[in-house]
Design a protein around this ligand. Sequence first.
Ligand code: CA
Length: 227
Amino acid sequence: MSKILVIEDEAPLRRALRIFLEAHDYAVVLAASGREGLDLAAREHPDVVILDLGLPDMDGVGVAAALRGWSTVPIVVLSARDAEPVKVAALDAGADDYVTKPFAMNEFLARIRAALRRAAPTEQESVITTDDFSIDLGVKQIHRNGSEVHLTPTEWQIVEVLARHRGKLVAQKQLLQQVWGPQYERETHYLRIYMSQIRRKLEPDPARPRYFITEPGMGYRFVVEEP
Ligand code: CA
């Protein structure tokens, strides 16, 4: 079930969106302000964010820019008809799509489905196979020697971020922001602890990692040799 975070200060619209989206089998998380929205985005890991541009505490453009500092979650902006420049600014700040108020619910639903499709990994890249284990990003499972390896949700999120950037250096700060949220970007000891747990579960020789490589002082890299 995909999870949608709705950041909207108008209570009646917020309620209507919840009822409508839940009726279409989405899990819904609601925020009434920009701050609350950013907080919930970090804690709830939504699959799509619906973002109203006119919020009481900070403007939607600022919320989109803050989200883009650490997250690639699709953002669909809700904007008033007369707010063209703001809408453009939101797209420039990293929003993916927009719907103009008042909107038809079916059109709104189509935009959400399109955003989810764009964010989903394509078939061919959703399974990563190494000599020792395979990671299926689609169903969130790892198999090793024919049986499933059980990771905690946090371990899985770290593996997932690294796997989606395979071969590339992922900075400590980026990993902390994506897994724990923006207020944790200095807690590098979390990463050392979790990375050693992940290596114990997946590396053939955890003391000499072959897949989950530390770049000292920089970050981590997931390395898979091409077959
Ligand atoms: Ca509003």
